[in-house]
Design a protein around this ligand. Structure first.
Ligand SMILES: [Zn+2]
Length: 474
């Protein structure tokens, strides 16, 4: 509409100008170096318009000729790039489908068409890995590391390769580099923590724990527990290096972070007793027993209460179990103390309370019953029956790996079998109880049971029943 208006206005002016020029033709004279031209104003204006129009046309034609090769080249390159991206996409699909040969064919095409190595190197490395050619994949990953835009992807590939071949030191160095590039990556942070644990970098792992909690990659309680376990491990390391103060500092840290962590409680209490702080040790152990009784707490408690003989140990144990009087572990502790003090009636009372609550008693309860019968009624034959029942009973509670079922006598930060971190909990080993024939356990619950002992690991009395270093269960 606006254009039409402009056009008609312009046309109107042109007609009006032509009419003016027709009515008043006028004269123009040009004289230059002896030449003379006489013409009308209309002719001169017509000539000027014609020359301008022709010049504009020639200029446009020249521009067209000048730009054409570039335009043709540009469109050819765009088509080529499009084909390159298509080949790359097909290569990625082939990788996802597990077709290594097709992936390699497509990625070679994409490489030629695109001439952009960062885009094709990852697919090349993946197709090499699918063909089992780790060396070739490694070359691609190493090349990716040299370019800033693909450095992280290259590091990730090399790290996975190092983990796969079990080269922990190399993997740790790669994961540290990856962490500097992507400090918020969950994958990097959790791999770094695992590798620090597996290479014994306890202090670094503690720092990583703080990082993981700060970036909300693990819950705060989980971070506290991990740090407590690591502090305990650092205390063991300091003790081995003869650094008593350092060991105490780490132990206090561990106890503050996770008050119910038994290895740290027992160790810290023992050290306080040795350092003349028996009252602190007593308070610490009584609090821990009240929350979760554990046999490893008894020895430091007796030492803290200066109870060297059996009767004094009975008194000390009675005081301790007041914090958790109905717990089976409290009855077992008292029964053990009464047995040692040769107070058979009291020992029987507490053992019967354990037996009333547990129809399939642990081997240690049966052994204590055997000891009691042997001492009180040696001619009854009941002792032999309890011993037989002990051989049929499930194993005693022990530090058991929640991940693989491995059992150890002394708590350990990492499972020696599956390398899992902080996986030991104090409980009955499931694989051993699984071996038990439930019908035999039931019939064995009757005194007078006759049967051959089944194959099972030998267990002895006390909290640490298996040798340190790990006994494979199942
Ligand atoms: Zn394990």
């Amino acid at each position: 509409m606006f254009r039409a208006l402009v056009f008609f206005t312009f046309l109107g002016f042109a007609i009006w100008g032509t009419l003016i020029l027709t009515d008043y033709p006028g004269l123009v004279s040009l004289e230059w170096r002896g030449f003379r031209i006489d013409t009308t104003v209309a002719f001169l204006l017509g000539a000027v318009v014609l020359i301008s129009f022709t010049t504009a046309l020639v200029y446009r034609f020249w521009l067209f000729l000048w730009r054409t090769p570039g335009t043709i080249k540009g469109s050819w390159q765009a088509k080529r790039r499009q084909r390159g991206y298509q080949a790359l996409t097909r290569g990625m699909v082939a990788v996802a489908a597990g077709d290594a040969i097709e992936a390699e064919r497509q990625v070679k095409r994409a490489d030629v068409l695109l001439d952009e190595p960062p885009l094709t190197m990852l697919v090349s490395a993946q197709s090499a890995q699918m063909k089992g050619d780790e060396a070739a994949a490694s070359k691609f990953f190493a090349a990716m590391v040299t370019r800033p835009e693909t450095e992280f992807l290259g590091l990730r590939g090399l790290l996975n390769q190092a983990i796969k071949r079990g080269d922990k030191v190399e993997a740790l160095s790669l994961v540290r580099r990856a962490h500097r590039l992507q400090p918020k990556s969950t994958w990097v942070a959790s791999n770094m923590f695992d590798l620090q644990i597996r290479t014994g970098q306890w202090l670094d792992a503690r720092v990583t724990c703080d990082d993981l909690a700060r970036t909300s990659l693990i819950a705060k309680d989980e971070a506290k527990r991990r740090k407590a376990v690591l502090s305990y491990q650092l205390s063991l390391q300091a003790r081995d290096a003869g650094d008593g103060d350092g060991a105490m500092r780490h132990l206090r840290d561990a106890n503050k972070l996770a008050p119910g962590f038994i290895p740290a409680v027992a160790d810290l209490a023992g050290r306080w007793v040795d350092g003349g702080k028996a009252r602190k040790a007593v308070k610490l152990i009584e609090k821990a027993w009240g929350a979760a009784p554990h046999p490893a707490l008894l020895d430091p408690y007796w030492r803290a209460q200066k109870a060297p003989d059996a009767l004094e140990r009975v008194r000390a144990t009675e005081k301790l179990v007041k914090t958790n009087p109905d717990h089976p572990e409290s009855h077992i502790a008292l029964a053990r103390a009464f047995l040692e003090a040769r107070l058979w009636g009291e020992a029987r009372q507490h053992l019967e309370k354990v037996l009333a609550e547990d129809r399939d008693p642990e081997a240690r309860t049966c052994r204590m019953m055997a000891e009691l019968e042997e001492s009180e009624n040696p001619s009854s034959g009941l002792s032999r029956e309890w011993l037989m029942r002990a051989s049929q009973a499930g194993a005693d509670a022990v530090w058991t790996c929640d991940h693989c079922g491995n059992t150890v006598g002394v708590w350990s930060v990492v499972c020696g079998k599956c390398e899992e971190f902080d996986s030991f909990s104090w409980r009955l080993p499931p694989s051993i109880t699984g071996l038990m024939d439930q019908s035999q356990i039931k019939s064995g619950a009757q005194i007078g049971f006759e049967g051959s002992p089944r194959d099972k690991p030998q267990a002895s009395e006390g909290p640490m029943i298996l040798p340190p270093g790990g006994v494979e269960a199942g």
